[in-house]
Ligand binder design. Structure first.
Ligand code: SF4
Length: 344
């Protein structure tokens, strides 16, 4: 991002924060790969952000990285600015190395594990670590994914369902994904370690118990997300790119538009208000309040846009029902043992 684009972005962001009197904003630095910039450039960018936008509101910074370039100096920089780090790891070596390779085609699993060790060994690493993020892949035996996660020595994990649509369906069937989700959930549940967090499942538990989701990929949570590209263009959430080539390109940029202009575009409005326009099947679904129709980009079909349930509908239904039954069973068990509500 050029200095000129950066300054204009911060100016528009300040205006947005002032206009809507925002107390907190979250900025995700992701890519591409955010660690590809030089350290002085990065420090300068964040310092400028905090002295401008940060003078008006609390700026929460999160960086998503493949970790390959992570070293002690980066960890100290992230700590200095209170930046949390998400590290991408797509399961055990054989699976990770199929998807995540260097430009020479070599797998990156060993490098990611080395980065996690660097983070683990650094005295500031625990403050900087945010979570490990994987892409759901039913080809990976859940036990292997679980053990890979635990071997990292960290305790916060999450996974995304692949960004597929009804026109571009996932490579696996719902009969593969549903038991995979259930088995992975069971591994987490039976581990019974309150410090271990699998955000996808924790969100479903929270939604079942009437709390809100921390993300927009489940529960139809209302968010205010735009993506600012390095050339200053403003777009809707990048997962929408999986729907159709060029869909997110709304011809707006920080030089000619305000942030709110992009948020007013119907597509961005829809993706930021996941539960606001559900299809008929979702509207009458008995897990609607938990699932919320799933992630908006996963509902897309060229023929009728987003007027569909998620392409993962059946699996979302089955995992939600499974978790709901689990919670009911545990609650009944507690009451059967005669433990008072005040103990709960
Ligand atoms: S489970 Fe399916 S029908 Fe029910 S809300 Fe989710 S996507 Fe819609």
């Amino acid at each position: 991002m050029s200095e000129e684009t950066r300054d204009m972005f911060f100016e528009k962001l300040m205006k947005h924060v002032q206009n809507y009197q925002l107390g907190d904003i979250v900025i995700y630095l992701h890519g591409g790969e955010p660690l590809l910039v030089t350290k002085p450039y990065f420090v300068n960018w964040v310092e400028k952000l905090l002295t401008t936008v940060g003078s008006l509101c609390n700026v929460i910074l999160i960086a998503q990285t493949n970790g390959i370039l992570l070293d002690n100096e980066w960890i100290e920089i992230f700590h200095r600015f209170n930046i949390r780090l998400g590290i991408s790891l797509d399961g055990p070596k054989a699976f990770h190395d199929t998807f995540r390779v260097t430009k020479n085609g070599a797998g990156t699993y060993d490098k990611v594990m080395l980065a996690l060790k660097t983070l683990r060994d650094h005295p500031l690493g625990a403050h900087v670590f945010g979570s490990i993020l994987s892409v759901a892949n039913p080809d990976i035996p859940p036990e292997q994914l679980w053990q890979t996660w635990l071997r990292t020595g960290f305790k916060r994990f999450d996974f995304n369902l692949p960004h597929c649509t009804h026109d571009n369906p996932p490579w696996f069937t719902t009969d593969q994904l549903s038991p995979w989700l259930i088995e992975l959930f069971e591994l987490w549940w039976t581990e019974n370690d309150p410090e271990i967090d699998v955000r996808f499942f924790r969100n479903i538990v929270h939604l079942i118990l009437g709390a809100s989701s921390s993300t927009d990929y489940i529960g139809g949570k209302q968010v205010g997300i735009v993506v600012i590209e390095t050339d200053g263009s403003i777009q809707g959430t990048d997962a929408l790119r999986a729907c159709k080539n060029g869909l997110t390109n709304v011809n707006m940029n920080v030089f000619t538009n305000n942030i709110q202009d992009a948020m007013n575009i119907p597509l961005v409005k829809l993706s930021n208000n996941g539960a606001s326009r559900l299809c008929q099947k979702c509207l009458v679904c008995d897990v609607k309040d938990v699932c919320g129709g799933g992630y908006v980009p996963h509902r897309y079909r060229e023929r009728n846009d987003f007027d569909n349930p998620s392409v993962y509908c059946e699996s979302l239904y089955r995992i939600t029902k499974h978790i709901r039954n689990k919670i009911l069973f545990e609650a009944r068990h507690i009451f059967d043992k005669g433990i008072g509500v005040e103990t709960l």
